[in-house]
Design a protein around this ligand. Structure first.
Ligand code: PEP
Ligand code: MG
Length: 869
C-alpha cells in the first residue's frame, strides 16, 4: 500500500482530487506543485496510515520505509541533509484532515534541529541569531506538542531574560541570549519530563508524526468533529515539508490572505503579513500584522508574484481561496491553499460575481450558497464587531437577535410596547393567550420547551427572534425577576438575545439590520430555475402572507385558523362556543366568530392572489381555549348569559389528561359539526367575495388529525355540501380542493383508503414525529438535548426529519396515496418544511411542495434547488 506521496520540483505524486487520502492541505500542496506554483518540496503521509495507526498505535507495514525514502528524495531535491551539521534540512510537520479543523490539531516547525545541526544552520544561513532563535522555537513547540510541557513555562524563562537585560521586545534578544535560553529550555525539559530533549533527528521525526496522528483524537478535535458532524474515522494526513524561513531578516516574512474579502465578498485581495516572522507569530497575535496591501510598498516584486499566484489559484479552483505564504530572502513560497470560509453575505456576493465573471456556471453559483447559511441574511443580527459574554444558553429556536427590557407577562409586553418600549418577553413557556405579547415583544425567551414548542413555532412564524428551553434561567414571576446562578435580572433591565445561537446576554449589544440584496434575490431566482419542489408558506395573517410572497412563497401550505381565535375579543366568543351546552348555544357563539374569520380569509386570499391557500379547520385541543381563571369564566358568563357555575362545571368536565391525544383535530369536527361548518362557510364566502373583486382564489380546505378514512369521508361530505351551497348562493363556481393532513401513523398506514376522500395530503410532521416517536413535542425539550448529545438521535427529530423512522411513514403515505389517486397533491407543513436536510428528503420521495414559515422561504427555495442539482 502506498502511504507516502512526494511533491517537489514541479511534480507531485498526488493531486487536488486526493483530499480524502492526502487531506485538504496535502491535496492543495500537490495541486499547487503540479500547477508550477512555488511550493517548498515535501511529502504527505496519508489519512489511511493515520487510521491504521489509530488501531494499535503502530505504523502500518511499509509506512516508515516509504517515509525514509521520501525523506531521501527531499534531501536530494533541497540539496540539504537531515541531521547534518553543515547544511541541515529542517522540516515542518503539520496535520491536515479532509476538511479544515482550524487550530484543532498539531503543528511542529523547524524539526531537525539539535545541538549540532543548529551550528550548521548558523553557518549556512550566516546568521547565528536566526539559528538559535529557530532552535528555541523548535524546543518550545516540540516540547509542548509532543512532550506535553506547558508553553507558559518557556515564556516565563524568556520574560526573565528580558527583564534582566531591560529588553521590551523579543526582537531585542541577541544570538547569545537565545543560546543561553536554549540551555535553560533543555534543562526545563529534563526537569519536567525526566528525559533530555531528544537530539536524534529521526526520533524527533517519529515522535512528531505520532503526535500529529494522536492529535486526531485529542479532546479538542473530538469536540470539534462532533459539533461540525465530521466522522471520527476520517483521520488526518501528516505533511512533512522542507522549511522555508520568514524570519531571516527584513527581506523575509509570512502572511495569510484570501483571494476575496471573506466577510463582504468584495473582489479584493484581503489579508495580512508580518515582516521577519514565522507563521505562529501571526496566529499567536504576539505582533500586529500589517494589511496585505502594504506589501506592495515594502516588497513590490514579491507582491507582484503573489498577485499572479492568487489569480492563478482562483481561476484554477474557481473559488475564493484562503492562502498561506512565506517569503524567504525575497523569494515567495506558498504553504497552503484551500476554499476560504466566508459569511453568508460573502458567499452570495462571491457566487454572483464569479458567475458574472464567467468563472462558474449558474448551477455552481447556486450550489456555492449554503441554505443553512442564508438564514443569517434574513434577520437583524449582532454586529460581528461587538464583543460580549453570554450568561446563559438555550435552544436557538428562531434566528436573529433582539435587544430590549425584560418583562414577564404578555400583558406587560403589550402595555410597555404601547408606550414605545422595546421589550423581551421572558416566560417559563408561552401559550396561545400570549400571542399579543409575543407580537409586541422584540424577542422571546423561555425557560422550558423544545424546538417545536408553542413559543418556537409562533416566533418562527413571526420571524421573531426566540430562545426556548433555557434551563439555566429561573423565573420568579411574582417578584418579577429571573436569576442565572448568582446574577439577578429585574423587570425593566436590558438584555440581548441571540436566537441564532441561543445566547442570552446582559445589557444592550449593537445589532445590524438584514440585507436582502439584489444579488441574493437574483441567486434565489436562479435556484427557482432548478428546483422541482414548490415552496409555500405557513401563515395565518394577511401581513405574514405578504412577507412570505416577497420572499417568494408560491401559496400557503398551512393556515392555522385557531391563531385567529385569540385576536382581540374573539377569544370570548370562542370560549362561549366551547363551553356551550347545546348546539343552539354553540351556534349562537359561532355566529359571533364567523365574521372575523371571513375577514381574515379575505385578507389572506388577496395577499395570495393567484396562488393556492390551504386552510386548516380547527385543530388544537380544547383545553387551549378554555378559561382557567374565575375572572375569565365570569367574562364568558357575562357575554353569553350562561351562569358562572354552569360554565365552571363545564370547564372541569373538559379537562383532559393528555390533550394532545385527546379531543382535537377532526374529532372536534365530528363531535361539533357546527364548528367546522361555520369555518367552511367563512372560507367559501370569503373566497366567493374576493373572486367577485377579481382576485384569483384557489382554496384548499384541510382536515387535521385524520386517522381513519371514515372521519374524512364524513367531513368531506359536509364540506362539499356547504361549499356547493355557498357557490350557488354567490352564483359562481370556484375550483377548490378538500384534503387532509397526515400526522398520525395510522393515516400513513392507510393512506390508500384515505386518498379516496382526499385530493391532497399535507404531512404534518410535527405531530407525526410526536406520535411516531411517542415523544411529546411540548415536554421533550427537557431531555431531548441529552439524547442528541449522546448521539441517540443525530439531530433533534422535531427540527430535522427522522428519515429512518418518520420518513418511512411519509414515503409510504405518498406511495399508497398515489396508488389510489395518481394526481394526489402532496406536501409537508410541519416545521421540517424549512429544514434543508428534511427538504432533501422531501425532494427524494417526490413531494410536490414544502411549506414553511415566511422567513424560511428563501432557505427552502435554495435547499430545494440544491436537492435537485
Ligand atoms: C404538524 O403537526 O406538523 C402541523 C403542521 O400542525 P401543528 O403544528 O399545528 O400541530
Ligand atoms: Mg399537527
Amino acid at each position: 500500500v502506498k502511504y507516502v506521496y512526494f511533491f517537489g520540483n514541479g511534480k507531485a505524486e498526488g493531486d487536488g482530487s486526493d483530499k480524502n487520502l492526502l487531506g485538504g492541505k496535502g491535496a492543495g500542496l500537490a495541486e499547487m506543485t503540479n500547477l508550477g506554483i512555488p511550493v517548498p518540496p515535501g511529502f504527505t503521509i496519508t489519512t489511511e496510515a493515520c487510521i491504521a495507526y489509530q488501531k494499535n498505535k503502530t505504523y502500518p507495514e511499509g509506512m516508515w520505509e516509504q517515509t525514509l525514502e521520501a525523506l531521501k528524495k527531499l534531501e536530494e531535491t533541497t540539496k540539504k541533509k537531515f541531521g547534518s551539521n553543515e547544511n541541515p534540512l529542517l522540516v515542518s510537520v503539520r496535520s491536515g484532515a479532509r476538511v479544515s479543523m482550524p487550530g484543532m490539531m498539531d503543528t511542529i516547525l523547524n524539526l531537525g534541529l539539535n545541538d549540532e545541526t543548529v551550528k550548521g544552520l548558523a553557518t549556512s544561513s550566516n546568521n547565528e541569531r536566526f539559528a538559535y532563535d529557530s532552535y528555541r522555537r523548535f524546543i518550545q513547540m516540540f516540547s509542548n506538542v509532543v512532550l506535553g510541557v506547558e508553553h507558559s513555562k518557556f515564556e516565563k524563562l524568556i520574560s526573565e531574560v528580558k527583564k534582566g537585560k531591560g529588553y521590551s521586545l523579543d526582537t531585542d534578544l541577541t544570538a547569545e541570549d537565545w543560546k543561553g535560553l536554549v540551555e535553560k529550555f533543555k534543562a526545563l525539559v529534563l526537569n519536567e519530563t525526566g528525559k533530555p530533549f531528544p537530539q536524534d533527528v529521526m526520533e524527533q521525526l517519529k515522535l512528531a508524526i505520532n503526535a500529529v496522528f494522536d492529535s486526531w483524537d485529542n479532546q479538542r478535535a473530538k469536540t470539534y468533529r462532533k459539533i461540525n458532524k465530521i466522522p471520527d474515522d476520517w483521520g488526518t494526513a501528516v505533511n512533512v515539508v522542507a522549511m522555508v524561513f520568514g524570519n531571516m531578516g527584513n527581506d523575509s516574512g509570512t502572511g495569510v490572505a484570501f483571494t476575496r474579502n471573506p466577510s463582504t465578498g468584495e473582489k479584493e485581495f484581503f489579508g495580512e503579513f508580518l515582516i521577519n516572522a514565522q507563521g505562529e507569530d501571526v496566529v499567536a497575535g504576539i505582533r500586529t500584522p500589517e494589511p496585505i496591501a502594504r506589501l506592495k510598498d515594502e516588497m513590490p516584486g514579491v507582491f507582484a508574484q503573489l498577485e499572479e499566484v492568487y489569480k492563478k489559484l482562483e481561476s484554477h479552483y474557481k473559488d475564493m481561496q484562503d492562502i498561506e505564504f512565506t517569503v524567504e530572502k525575497g523569494v515567495l513560497y506558498m504553504l497552503q491553499t484551500r476554499s476560504g470560509k466566508r459569511t453568508a453575505r460573502a458567499a452570495v456576493k462571491i457566487a454572483y460575481d464569479m458567475y458574472k465573471e464567467g468563472l462558474i456556471d449558474k448551477k455552481t453559483a447556486v450550489l456555492r450558497v449554503a441554505p443553512e447559511q442564508v438564514d443569517q441574511l434574513l434577520h437583524p443580527m449582532i454586529d460581528p464587531k461587538e464583543k460580549y459574554t453570554s450568561i446563559a444558553k438555550g435552544l436557538p429556536a428562531s434566528p436573529g437577535a433582539a435587544v430590549g427590557r425584560v418583562v414577564f407577562t404578555a400583558d406587560d409586553a403589550e402595555s410597555w410596547a404601547a408606550k414605545g418600549e422595546k421589550v423581551i418577553l421572558v416566560r417559563d413557556e408561552t401559550s396561545p393567550e400570549d400571542i399579543g405579547g409575543m407580537h409586541a415583544a422584540e424577542g422571546i425567551l423561555t425557560a422550558t420547551g423544545g424546538m417545536t414548542s408553542h413559543a418556537a413555532v409562533v416566533a418562527r412564524g413571526m420571524g421573531k427572534c426566540c430562545i426556548v428551553g433555557c434551563g439555566a434561567i429561573h423565573i420568579d414571576e411574582e417578584e418579577k425577576v429571573f436569576t442565572v446562578g448568582n446574577i439577578t435580572v429585574k423587570e425593566g433591565d436590558y438584555i440581548t438575545i441571540n436566537g441564532s445561537t441561543g445566547e442570552v446576554i446582559l445589557g444592550k449589544v449593537k445589532l445590524v439590520e438584514p440585507e436582502l440584496s439584489g444579488e441574493f434575490a437574483e441567486i434565489l431566482s436562479w435556484a427557482d430555475e432548478f428546483r422541482k419542489l414548490g415552496v409555500r408558506t405557513n401563515s395565518d395573517t394577511p401581513h405574514d402572507s405578504k412577507v412570505a410572497r416577497e420572499f417568494g412563497a408560491e401559496g400557503i401550505g398551512l393556515c392555522r385558523t385557531e391563531h385567529m381565535f385569540f385576536e382581540g375579543d374573539r377569544i370570548d366568543a370562542v370560549r362561549e362556543m366551547i363551553l356551550a351546552n347545546t348546539e343552539e348555544e354553540r351556534r349562537k357563539a359561532l355566529a359571533k366568530v364567523k365574521p372575523y374569520q371571513k375577514e381574515d380569509f379575505k385578507g389572506i386570499f388577496k395577499a395570495m392572489d393567484g396562488f393556492p391557500v390551504t386552510i386548516r379547520l380547527l385543530d388544537p385541543p380544547l383545553h387551549e381555549f378554555i378559561p382557567h381563571t374565575d375572572e375569565d369564566i365570569q367574562k364568558v358568563a357575562n357575554a353569553s348569559g350562561i351562569p358562572f357555575d354552569v360554565l365552571k362545571k363545564k370547564r372541569d368536565e373538559l379537562h383532559e389528561f393528555n390533550p394532545m391525544l385527546g379531543h382535537r383535530g377532526c374529532r372536534l369536527g365530528i363531535t361539533f359539526p357546527e364548528i367546522y361548518e361555520m369555518q367552511v362557510y367563512a372560507i367559501m364566502e370569503a373566497a366567493c367575495e374576493v373572486a367577485k373583486e377579481g382576485v384569483k382564489v384557489y382554496p384548499e380546505i384541510m382536515i387535521p388529525l385524520v386517522g381513519h378514512y371514515k372521519e374524512l369521508e364524513m367531513l368531506r361530505e359536509m364540506t362539499v355540501r356547504v361549499a356547493d351551497e355557498v357557490m350557488k348562493q354567490y352564483g359562481i363556481t370556484l375550483k377548490y380542493l378538500v384534503g387532509t393532513m397526515i400526522e398520525l401513523p395510522r393515516a400513513a398506514l392507510t393512506a390508500d383508503e384515505i386518498a379516496q376522500y382526499a385530493e391532497f395530503f399535507s404531512f404534518g410532521t410535527n405531530d407525526l414525529t410526536q406520535t411516531t416517536l411517542g415523544l411529546s413535542r411540548d415536554d421533550s425539550g427537557k431531555f431531548l438535548p441529552f439524547y442528541v448529545e449522546k448521539g441517540i438521535y443525530k439531530e433533534d427529530p422535531f427540527v430535522s426529519l427522522d428519515v429512518n423512522g418518520v420518513g418511512q411513514l411519509v414515503e409510504m403515505g405518498v406511495t399508497k396515496g398515489r396508488k389510489t389517486r395518481p394526481d394526489l397533491k402532496t406536501g409537508i407543513c410541519g416545521e421540517h418544511g424549512g429544514d434543508p436536510a428534511s427538504i432533501f428528503f422531501c425532494h427524494k420521495v417526490g413531494l410536490n411542495y414544502v411549506s414553511c414559515s415566511p422567513y424560511r422561504v428563501p432557505v427552502a427555495r435554495l435547499a430545494a434547488a440544491h436537492a435537485a442539482l
